[in-house]
Design a protein around this ligand. Structure first.
Ligand code: ACM
Length: 575
């Protein structure tokens, strides 16, 4: 009996023992012993996602009110913007008006928030993202290696406040805004933390893209991969080639449901594109949120919409091309003639002028080689250039794109198919067909971003398809995303340095509006954010879920149409 009792006690508390070992000095609810054995839904006092590296909860609170003063480094416009981002939230939600002062003017010793930079401390490299956040009863101190770190500290600070701080409407709060006393040291595990959005299959307006970027930033991710061109629609204005949008942004109709032996179409033209002015506006918006945008221009495949506008860049200009009305992979692709190469370079030039980030994504995935096999031009090119096959033709083309991109001081990214004919010298690889492409590229000392279907394809079902809106297929529950470790264990230390980080991808064949995008993205993107930011040894799914239960309240205030079935099994069963 005694033995049974000891076993019972041990098994009831074993998860907590593990928990308190891993979450160094982070006592959930300040009272480990009081936690029930099934701790999954009991949120700790501090629920930050992604989980900070080191978090020590102390006693007491700092109260934010209209007498609070926020002090920033003198003449630092980016930090001032971040400070305003913070103070505007409180001002908007209940009129709490925090004054911002710079550190060369006098400021009080108490009821003060200090933002301080230590630019010489470049932990984690030049793009320093670390921050230290200390909340005491009379003072909050934020120290960071750079402006990014200050911004991430503010994201943590907002998550230390009650979820109501995210309310879009004014609220009357009687209790005031209390921030628990805490000490946080934080920095990301990976330098690259991304989320992708396909706007080719369906178009989402700039206002939605900005909200998507806000959410990326809220989760301390730093990259938005904007998939701008597809078979079904070209979505970016290119001044030199106006037909790309006047013709290529419109498909005549769209498949209803899944493709079947008797496919049905809606008969409605569908279109949309971003003007260059809109792109510039989104880029500027993202900059303030410390989110870099990687534009993707698909080549040589997924190019049917472009060919519908400019058939002369196909291998058979006598054919009539139309933007695709169904989903899948199409055999008509760009033909690597001189005129196509000039066209693609022109397009990339305009794209590089619009996007200040260092990367340009050229796609490279799913480009069937049939049209090239049948093309006298391509076959002659193979002979002339001494290429082995059509895969080497693709590499030959991509090398030309890379030289053009590198000449502008930028770098090329492609999907893992760009390995097939040999990597171009400086290419970064996005490993999507599992992780092997990423491993192979890292072994060649090329940079890699891990984005495997098996762990981070957010277009996959998250619950039983019987209770879910129509999706492409697959099955990727929240816990599986959370379980992902982007660092393969088969790499040497030198090779491992080339794993820059991870990204979740969101393809939109079946996502016709922003609500549906958010439903698929959240909360799985929260899990990805923690995968990419938090130290591996702190990962703990029950703890994540407990924090997520509070985090979802924030997302609700932010108007995010997240999937709630993880916390609402009844809905999952009955829907
Ligand atoms: C991809 O999912 N085709 C990159």
């Amino acid at each position: 009996m005694k033995l049974f009792f000891a076993f019972f006690i041990l098994s009831a508390f074993f998860p907590l023992l593990l928990f308190s070992q891993t979450i160094i000095s982070h006592p959930p609810n300040n009272s480990v012993g009081a936690k029930p054995a099934d701790s999954t839904l009991v949120p700790p006092t501090v629920c930050i996602i992604p989980q900070p590296n080191k978090l020590t909860l102390q006693t007491g609170d700092f109260t934010v009110n209209s007498k609070t003063v926020l002090v920033i480094p003198e003449k630092n416009a980016p930090v001032r913007k971040t400070a305003r981002f913070f103070t505007n939230r409180l001002l908007k939600v209940d009129g709490t008006n925090i004054q911002i002062k710079d550190d060369h003017s006098p400021y009080p010793a108490k009821n003060v928030v200090l933002f301080q930079l230590k630019p010489d401390d470049v932990r984690g490299g030049k793009e320093s993202e670390w921050y230290q956040l200390d909340v005491a009863a009379d003072k909050i101190t934020v120290v960071a290696g750079g402006e990014k770190g200050i911004f991430y500290a503010v994201q943590s600070l907002l998550q230390l406040l009650p979820p109501e701080v995210f309310s879009p409407n004014p609220l009357k709060r009687k209790a005031g805004w209390k921030i628990p006393c805490v000490s946080i040291s934080d920095e990301p595990r990976f330098a690259y933390r991304g989320l992708h959005l396909d706007v080719g299959r369906h178009f989402f307006p700039p206002s939605f893209v900005k909200k998507y970027i806000d959410l990326i930033a809220l989760h301390k991710m730093n990259t938005f991969h904007w998939h701008l061109t597809e078979d079904q629609g070209w979505r970016i204005e290119i001044k030199k080639y106006p037909k790309l949008t006047s013709v290529g942004s419109i498909r005549k109709e769209t498949l209803i449901g899944k493709k079947s032996a008797n496919p049905q179409y809606d008969g409605k033209p569908y279109g949309g594109f971003y003007t260059q002015q809109e792109i510039k506006d989104v880029v500027a918006y993202a900059k303030e949120k410390y989110v870099t945008i990687i534009p993707e221009i698909e080549l040589p495949g997924h190019s049917l919409a472009a060919l519908s506008a400019y058939p002369e860049y196909s291998c058979d200009p006598t054919k009539k091309y139309e933007a695709a009305t169904t989903w899948g992979v199409f055999e008509d692709i760009f033909c690597p003639t001189d005129s196509t190469i000039n066209f693609l370079k022109d397009v990339l030039t305009e794209v590089m002028d619009l996007f200040p980030g260092k990367y340009v994504h050229i796609g490279g995935d799913e480009a069937p080689k049939k049209a090239w096999k049948e093309s006298a031009f391509v076959q002659d090119l193979i002979k002339r250039e001494g290429l082995k096959d059509e895969h080497e033709v693709q590499t030959w083309l991509i090398k030309k794109m890379e030289a053009h991109i590198n000449a502008r001081g930028k770098r090329l990214i492609g999907w893992d198919e760009i390995l097939e004919g040999g990597l171009s010298p400086d290419a970064t690889v996005m490993s999507w067909r599992g992780v092997n492409g990423g491993i192979a590229a890292a072994r060649q000392l090329h940079d890699v971003i891990m984005t495997p279907t098996t762990f981070v394809y957010l277009d996959y079902y998250q619950f039983d398809p019987a209770v879910e809106p129509l999706a492409i297929g697959g099955f990727l529950p929240l816990e599986k995303v959370y379980s992902y470790d982007p660092m393969p264990d088969s790499l040497t230390a030198e090779q491992a340095k080339h794993i820059l980080g991870a990204q979740a991808n969101l393809w939109t064949e079946y996502l016709t509006n922003g609500d549906m995008v958010e439903y698929m993205a959240y909360p799985r993107a929260c899990a990805l954010a923690e995968v990419a930011w938090s130290p591996l040894e702190l990962k703990n799914y029950p703890d994540f879920k407990a924090r997520l239960s509070v985090h979802l309240k924030r997302l609700k205030y932010l108007g995010v149409n997240y999937c709630d079935k993880e916390f609402n099994p009844v809905a999952a069963a009955n829907k």
